[in-house]
Design a protein around this ligand. Structure first.
Ligand code: UGA
Length: 415
């Protein structure tokens, strides 16, 4: 099929490259000249496992020009939906993309499908995207089709997740558009759920909110277990045998970060308040997550005074195998340490450059130097932290690194 992808960020790029690999003709439309050039030069502008290799093996093109939409049977909207200070999901980029597509629809005779993939609040496709597209004088469901099909890709594993989805959710405005999108996904070995636009939008937000809840839940159980002298990881193992609970995402620790779970949870909370419902549980999931990061500080204070102490941080990325520091737990922790008057030395195999943009005032060093600090916080579970020698050190571990248990003073956050 002929596909256009508007927005070559991590969802758009992975989606487009994978669909190209599956034999489709794909064009990316983006506003970023460097990104377009990189894609056309077959060099991935973002790091994603396997993406660069895949990009080199397919025929795709990237450009600024929305005219490409005129040739496409399916147009995916994959632009960014960041949030504002009140955590509302911002729709400026969606609006702009819809306007540009609308202008092309004025000149297009044949039916095509416009599919929103960006994460948006329930109702956005119907109440914002369709009215903008219909300004073209063409009618949704007759002259063009509309779908909303969210992605469930983990950063770092996005190519794998795209090719091996647990499910494909297709929200459809009209049956014809759902049929076309289902045809595109026909080679995937996964259940396809066809549903309403709003349900697809909500399924995405609810899935991320649930994952976040699972983590905060286990962190709370872990905090209780620590006081009782019970190993929460053994408890999680016992719980995980029940397939209603599942064994994944039960790792208690310093909490969740990244560009998705906190943002989507915040988006759902603000949408909910806007329509007059106070989402107490979801708000508490966020509160617990914020407090969890600060628990590392409280645990260390039991052993040393923070004023003028040097604290070494192992791990700045929001999870291993990425340089992404967005909403990383390390941000809250470093902020709090600086407020307490401590000096901070930090190490991360990939994320130091990005972290430095946020905290130019702290020292970025090797693991040896971190280990020489008065105390060490483990904040991201990079494999290499399992191989360090913690003998004689003071360690507060937020991610359960077994080797660190050999430290002179060892405090696990939840164990
Ligand atoms: C998340 C979801 O897992 C994807 O399904 C979703 O598609 C994606 O957001 C998105 O909306 O685009 P991602 O942000 O890449 O993916 O990160 P995860 O691998 O889910 O990890 C999120 C955070 O939770 C990390 O900080 C991680 O350290 C933490 N975590 C994870 C825990 O603290 N405990 C766990 O047991 C699991």
């Amino acid at each position: 099929m002929r596909i256009s992808v508007i927005g070559a960020g991590y969802v758009g790029l992975v989606t487009g490259v994978c669909f190209a690999k599956l034999g489709n003709e794909v064009t990316f439309i983006d506003i970023d000249a460097e990104r377009i050039e990189a894609i056309n030069n077959k060099s991935s502008p973002i790091y994603e496992e396997g993406l660069d290799k895949l990009l080199k093996s397919v025929r795709i093109k990237a450009c600024f020009d929305f005219q490409e939409v005129l040739n496409s049977e399916i147009i995916f909207i994959c632009v960014g939906t960041p949030s504002n200070e009140d955590k509302f999901i911002l729709l400026d980029q969606i609006e702009k993309a819809a306007k540009e597509i609308g202008q092309m629809l004025e000149r297009r005779e044949e039916y095509c499908v416009i599919c929103v993939k960006s994460t948006v609040a329930p109702g956005t496709t119907e109440e914002l995207v369709i009215p903008i597209l219909e300004k073209s004088g063409r009618k949704a469901g007759t002259d063009f089709g509309v779908c909303m099909s969210p992605e469930f890709l983990r950063e770092g594993k996005a190519v794998y997740d795209f090719m091996n989805p647990a499910r494909i959710i297709i929200g459809e405005y009209d049956k014809r558009s759902g049929d076309i999108l289902s045809k595109l996904y026909r080679s995937f070995n996964a259940p396809i759920m066809r549903t309403h636009l709003k349900i697809a939008e909500m399924t995405k937000l609810a899935s991320n909110a649930f994952l976040a809840t699972k983590i905060s839940f286990m962190n709370e159980i872990g905090n209780i277990c620590k006081k009782l002298g019970i190993d929460v990881y053994e408890v999680a193992k016992g719980m995980g045998f029940d397939d209603r609970i599942g064994s994944k995402f039960l790792n208690a620790g310093v909490g969740f970060g990244g560009s998705c779970l906190p943002k989507d949870l915040g988006g759902l909370i603000s949408k909910s308040r806007q329509i007059g419902y106070e989402p107490n549980l979801l708000q508490e999931v966020l509160n617990l997550n914020d407090e969890q990061a600060l628990r590392l500080i409280e645990l260390l204070k039991k052993h040393i005074s923070l004023k003028d102490a040097t604290v070494g941080i192992l791990g700045l990325a929001f999870k291993p195998e990425t340089d992404d520091v967005r909403d990383s737990r390390a941000i809250k922790i470093v902020q709090a340490l600086l407020q307490e008057g401590a000096k901070v030395k930090a190490y991360d195999p990939m994320a130091m450059k990005n972290f430095k943009k946020l905290f130019p005032q702290i020292e970025y060093v090797t693991t040896d130097k971190v280990l020489n600090s008065d105390a060490i916080f483990i904040v991201t579970e990079w494999q290499e932290f399992s191989e360090l020698d913690y003998t004689g050190k003071v360690v507060v571990d937020g991610r359960r690194i077994e080797k660190a248990r050999g430290a002179r003073i060892y405090e696990g956050i939840c164990w």
